[in-house]
Write a protein that binds this ligand. Structure first.
Ligand code: FAD
Length: 439
């Protein structure tokens, strides 16, 4: 067969290329750097890690450790390279980013089945089988071409992530289900707050420590437009003490069933998934430091034990609306043979992105061999993540990383936090072993 094009030699594209090449499939791996740089990468190396050098905890009962074990069992190519270039970081797998990227680049360049081509790809290749892995900083020309098949409205250039909490961690004796004006509907959960709690929240939002936008994000002409449309909650709070109470926190139509009275303000949560195991805080997209977010939100009634699947953030990020466009195998719904991988799919996190490259390669391989691409069990973190991005609520879809909160619920009430972690780890291991044994 002709060689198969993969666009982007980041974490996802490099993993996909090594998977396919080792399976005997010739690959053209396109990377636009160093000739066409991005605003965040510094080098021309493949798999350059641009921010934190940590790939997460390696403890076997933490999300990072579970994901590492899943990747190992699936034959991941980049994980052993990361381990060979690890630097001491307590209980986390952190890498020397320069030697790691250099080692991945050397492996790609030395592979007889891989042609690493330093060139910007401006249109989606027309080949029968394609992997797009051009990442959060996909070049503008390619992004425009992706928008042609996705629809402009289904391609984002910034994320606006509000904190997401697990259903199981909420105190439902205080937090009540009701849609505005339709108390019988349970599409929303509502946190009733009194005046004192509201004012404390406003103060925390205004004076809490924040992450600043990076220089290149602030300079992006699209950023201003985006942030005006989708204001961080702290910016809205700073516009006046009442602005949230007359905006996303307005209590109208949301009487508290305990008192049958309208609360002073209401923080609403919208379903993050159809199963209702995760909820996102409406209007709470934020650049507040993570610690501040946890402190402020756990101070709200019924939120004292809140477990965060993810915390809020807003930054530059190109991603498609995966629930509308992708199967959980990462294949484009309306173009068989076209697979997406990495951050472009709406996945976050280094390990998840490496895993997505591995899955896209497995999917392509299945198609080449005339088989249906297979879904991973949802009891695995990687399976749960791909399931999530392809089935989340499309209208409010924002990127997600692999955390225990995205897994199907356990019988958690009978367990401590440690027991729940262990149970999730054991369940993932068994589900993946059964899946691999059945192949
Ligand atoms: C500023 C910033 C900070 C981040 N910090 C973190 C963090 O701390 N932790 C975390 O988990 N994640 C972080 N991320 C997300 C991180 O980028 C991903 O987790 C991971 O690198 C994504 O892998 P990827 O393969 O999808 O994309 P990348 O690793 O970005 O790879 C995509 C590659 O495609 C190339 N490319 C783009 N367009 C084209 C084109 N048209 N033709 C050819 N090549 C192209 C790019 O040059 C790049 O090498 C951050 C992202 C950014 C932008």
């Amino acid at each position: 067969m002709d060689s198969l094009p993969i666009v982007g030699a980041g974490l996802a594209g490099s993993e996909a290329a090594l998977q396919l090449a080792d399976a005997g499939i010739p690959v053209r791996l396109f990377e636009m750097r160093p000739g066409t740089p991005t605003a965040a990468h510094r080098t021309g190396d493949a798999a350059e890690i641009v921010c934190s050098n940590s790939l997460g905890s390696f403890l076997p009962d933490r999300a990072g450790g579970v994901l590492q074990n899943e990747l190992r069992a699936l034959g991941c190519k980049l994980l052993p390279i990361a381990e060979a270039h690890a630097v001491p970081a307590g209980q986390a797998l952190a890498v020397n980013r320069d030697t790691f990227a250099a080692a991945v680049t050397a492996e790609l360049e030395a592979h007889p089945k891989i042609d690493l081509i330093r060139q910007e790809v401006k249109c989606i290749p027309a080949d029968d089988f394609v992997i797009l892995a051009s990442g959060p900083l996909t070049s503008d020309a390619l992004a425009s071409d992706i928008a042609k098949i996705s629809g402009e409205e289904n391609l984002s250039f910034f994320d606006a992530i509000a904190p997401v909490v697990t259903d199981a961690s909420l105190d439902k004796s205080i937090i009540f289900a009701a849609s505005r004006w339709r108390p019988e509907e349970d599409d929303y959960l509502n946190i009733p707050i009194d005046k004192e709690q509201y004012l404390a929240l406003i103060d925390g939002l205004i004076f809490g420590e924040k992450h600043d936008l990076k220089g290149f994000e602030a300079a992006d002409p699209r950023a201003k437009q985006f942030f005006e449309r989708c204001l961080p909650v702290e910016v809205l709070a700073a516009r006046g003490k009442e602005s949230l109470r007359f905006g996303p926190l307005r209590p109208v139509g949301l009487d508290d069933p305990r008192t049958r009275r309208r609360p002073y303000a209401v923080v609403q949560m919208r379903r993050e998934n159809k199963q209702g195991t995760m909820w996102n805080l409406v209007g709470f997209q934020t650049n507040l430091a993570y610690g501040e977010q946890e402190k402020l939100l756990r101070a709200l009634p019924g939120m004292q034990n809140a477990e965060f699947v993810r915390l809020g953030s807003m930054h530059r990020n190109t991603f498609v609306c995966a629930p509308k466009l992708l199967h959980s195998t990462l294949e484009w719904r309306t173009r068989q043979g076209l697979f997406l991988a990495g951050q472009l799919t709406g996945m976050e996190g280094y390990l998840g992105n490496i895993g997505s490259g591995l899955l896209a390669a497995r999917g392509v391989l299945a198609r080449i061999e005339g088989r249906e691409p297979q879904k991973l069990p949802v009891e695995t973190l990687l399976g749960a993540l791909t399931f999530h991005i392809s089935s989340a609520t499309a209208s409010s879809f924002q990127p997600m990383k692999a955390e225990f909160g995205i897994l199907p619920p356990l019988d958690w009430k009978k367990r401590t936090k440690e027991e729940r972690r262990q149970a999730n780890a054991d369940r993932s291991k068994k589900a993946l072993a059964d899946f691999l044994a059945a192949l």
